[in-house]
Structures are given as C-alpha cells and as structure tokens.
Design a protein around this ligand. Structure first.
Ligand code: ATP
Length: 448
C-alpha cells in the first residue's frame, strides 16, 4: 500500500474511481444522492466477476448448495415474521446546533456531536431502516410493502419449494445474490455504508446437533475465499467474534478487512438457531413448509440455520483499497516525468480489463485490431491507439489492467508482440501464435 496518510488515501481512491469510471455517486449532475452509487464501465466488470467467483465457489462447485433469485419486494408479512418491521432500527440523535444526524452507537464520544463538538444533542430516537413503498394504486397502509433489507429472508420462505424441487435432504444450503436496501442514518466511507447495496448470502439448513460443526466448516471456507480465491494477505484480515449475540443466535463472527478508514466488517458468519424457520411457521401457519421430516432420525423439526452473509459492494471496495498503490520507484523506467505511478493491483480474475492491445502507431491499426478481436473472445480486452505509449500504460495501470500488449513495427517482421506486466513492469516478447496460450496461463479465464 502507499505511504500516503490514511485520511487522504480514501479521498484519492474515491477520486480515482470517479475519474476512471469505476464507481461514482448516483445522480451526480443533481448533486448526488447520499448512500447511492453507480458502477461505471470499469466498475461493472469488477462487481460481476467477484459475484461470479462467489457463485462458483459457493454453489457450482458444491453438491449441497443450490441457487435462488427471489424478488426484492415480498409479502409484507415476511418482514413482520423476521422481526424487521418491529425491530430493525438504529438509535439516532440530531445535533441542535449544526443539524447533523448521527447514529448513537457510532458517536466517538457519547453526547458530543462529532461534526461541530456541540453537546446539544436530542434524546436518542429509534429509526427503522426498512425502505417502504406501496404496491398497487392505493397509497395506504394496507398496500404498504418493503424493499428487502437482506437477501436471506426469501430463502427461508422458499426453503421447502426449493428442497422438494431439488430433492435435497438436510444438510444443504440455498444461496442468493442481489440487491438489499437499508435507510441508513449516516451513509459513509464511500460504498462501505450505502442505502442500496448488494449481498451474497447462503443459508445452510441442518440439524441442531450438527450446527456448531457446520459453523466451523463455513467459517473456514469463507476465510479461504478471501485468502485463496481473492489472494488477500491474511495480515489485512481478521475475525471479530460477537460477544453480544442476538437472542436467537448461538455463535457469530465477522470477517473484517483493514480499510484506510479502519477495520470494517465485510462478511458475517452466523449460527441463527431455528429462529427463522420457527418464526415463518408462526406467521404463515404453514408448518409443512417450515419443518423437515428427517427419515434417518425419524423426527420432524425446524432446521437450524448457519448463514454466511457477504456484502458485494464492500468486497469490491476491499479489492480496490487493497490494490491501490502509488509507485514512486518505477516512474523513471518508462520515460514518464510524473512523480508517482498510480496503480490498481487487482487480481487478473477481477480486473475490468485483463489485457489491452496498444499499437505503437496508427499505421499498425489493421494487424493490431486483428489481434485485439482474437483476444477479446477469451479475455476482457481493450484497444487503445491514442496518446503516447507511456500515457496509455498509466491509464491502464489506473484501471488495474494486468497485461498490456504492444504491437510495434517489428511485429510485422517477427510476428511477435511485447507484453508488459503491470506489477513488475517487465516486458516480454511473445510470438503471436503463443499469445493466447501465454495469457491463458497468466489469467486463467475459466476462473473469471
Ligand atoms: P453493519 O454492522 O456494518 O451495519 P450489519 O452487521 O448490519 O453491518 P448484516 O446485516 O450482517 O450487516 O449484513 C451482512 C453484510 O451485508 C455485511 O457484512 C456487509 O458486508 C453488507 N452490508 C450491510 N449493510 C450494508 C450497507 N449499508 N452498505 C453496504 N453493505 C452492507
């Protein structure tokens, strides 16, 4: 990571993301809307590939986890049963001097406004985080509905339909990725705390007696996802064990990453007991959909749930913060006169552009475009012919392109190109008939 002071490191990352069309504020031309973020052309591939990696790792490579894609709006009773309508709230307080609103549990000093230092704060009030809407043409309470605050509730509701359709027996899991909405009091730290965000959740249904073992198993699996699949250094990750558990929970941990603004939760692994299935039974009165008959144990019971719940936007932010670097040593190498080379060291499997084809001259466009068209079939690729080669390298460095392929006049003679590595900045001459094989070994497109 760079040596830049951590406070302005985050603003540099936010600025880079906007400048390069990775992530920027929604409705920017109207001044933005707090807590909502758009992913631009270089952000979409990052988010999609991380989601794909998660899905492959959690669903496609396992026999005992199946997928679901439910609606964002469910029957309102779902959110009464889950406890969200009654209890999903944070305590907030308003500063009477500067009029800013704060979450009470996030005040660095209780009773003091972190923005202006005033001690004139209102009494804490409960604030429900559910986003409300109306279904149908009548805007009254009878037609009120909620945007889902988490992706897992529809999984519980659909448990039995999915189980029967897939002939799964306990233990097994159901996974889903998608949007969730929370009316956060104080969205902050870029996309870390947003009001609209994506979750990737897996609910694993099992017998109560086996649940602690499954908890340990999923704890290990999820840790491996960060270290082995995404290549994150263990030193930048830690486990936070919850001491204060929800009344129904038996064990809970968070996987945290060291962001420039401090340690922050990226994912939770929770032992939720049989709370979810018993609550949906109580509210829906559909015992057959909520209980499971275990032929081996010869008993019928509410499945116990072990959950893994990951925020996709927080994971993308993790990768961007982890990859951001200001490389001062390398600038002289490529004849550039700026002081620092900003480089986003993203793993190739999530990089928005995996290889860029850069002809040295417009006169080389024809053969270079031919190469580009061949390569883009397999890898996320970009073609750029404008500006000096040094400037083009810098642009690709900032969006995290791991390989730049330069097509020069010698290429016409020797049928070879120069491949420049983003991280080491070394250059290798590779023959054109070997280039796909070479990139295949480096990038492994099956993984992304
Ligand atoms: P926090 O304590 O940070 O508010 P949480 O414990 O309420 O998070 P969960 O309800 O366990 O979070 O949600 C699971 C995951 O969803 C979190 O680990 C996080 O990655 C993601 N997530 C939750 N709230 C937000 C948000 N406002 N913006 C972005 N991601 C979020």
């Amino acid at each position: 990571m760079s040596n830049a002071p951590e406070t302005d490191l985050m603003s540099k990352i936010v600025a880079l993301c906007k400048r390069r069309g990775i992530i920027f504020q929604s409705s920017d031309m109207y001044g933005g809307i707090n807590g909502f973020w758009d992913y631009g052309p270089y952000g979409v591939p990052i988010r999609r590939s991380v989601e794909r990696l998660w899905w492959k790792y959690m669903v496609e490579e396992r026999d005992n986890v199946v997928g679901l894609d439910s609606t964002i709006i469910c029957h309102p009773q779902v959110w009464h049963a889950s406890g969200h309508v009654e209890q999903f709230s944070d305590l907030m307080t308003d500063c009477m001097d500067c009029k800013r609103r704060h979450r009470v549990d996030q005040l660095p000093e209780q009773g003091v406004c972190p923005a202006c230092g005033s001690t004139k704060l209102t009494e804490p009030r409960e604030f429900n985080l559910m986003m409300k809407t109306y279904v149908g043409p009548v805007l009254d309470e009878e037609h009120a509905a909620y945007l889902r605050a988490e992706t897992c509730q529809p999984i519980f509701v659909d448990f039995n339909i999915v189980r029967v359709a897939t002939r799964q027996q306990l233990p097994f899991g159901i996974a889903q990725t998608g949007k969730a909405f929370r009316n956060e009091i104080n969205p902050r730290n870029f996309t870390f705390r947003s009001r609209e965000f994506m979750q990737m959740e897996m609910e694993f249904f099992c017998h109560e007696d086996d649940a602690m073992d499954w908890f340990d198993y999923w704890h290990e699996q999820r840790w491996k996802f960060y270290t082995d699949i995404l290549g994150i250094d263990e030193k930048k990750l830690r486990i936070y064990w919850h001491e204060k558990l929800a009344h129904y929970a038996k064990k809970a941990l968070d996987i945290e990453f060291e962001f420039p603004f401090g340690w922050g939760e990226v994912e939770g692994v929770h032992h939720r007991g049989d709370w979810d299935m018993s609550r949906h039974c109580e509210y829906s009165k559909q015992e057959k959909d909520c209980k499971y008959f275990d032929a081996e144990r010869k008993e019928s019971y509410f499945p116990t749930v072990v959950e893994t719940s990951c925020g996709l936007d927080r994971l993308c932010l993790l990768l961007i913060c982890n990859g951001y670097d200001e490389d001062t040593a390398a600038t002289a190498k490529e004849g550039q006169d700026e002081d620092v080379r900003i480089v986003l060291r993203l793993p190739a499997k999530v990089a928005p552009v995996q290889c860029a084809v850069l002809p040295l001259s417009k006169k080389l466009e024809e053969p270079a475009t031919k190469l580009f068209h061949a390569i883009r079939k397999r890898f996320r690729s970009e073609y750029d012919v404008t500006g000096s080669i040094g400037k083009r390298y810098r642009r690709q460095d900032e969006i995290g392109t791991p390989y730049c392929i330069t097509f020069d006049f010698d290429s016409l003679e020797d049928n070879a190109v120069t491949v420049r590595d983003r991280d080491s900045m070394t250059q290798e001459r590779i023959s054109l008939d070997q280039i796909t094989k070479y990139l295949n070994e480096k990038i492994n497109p099956e993984l992304c």
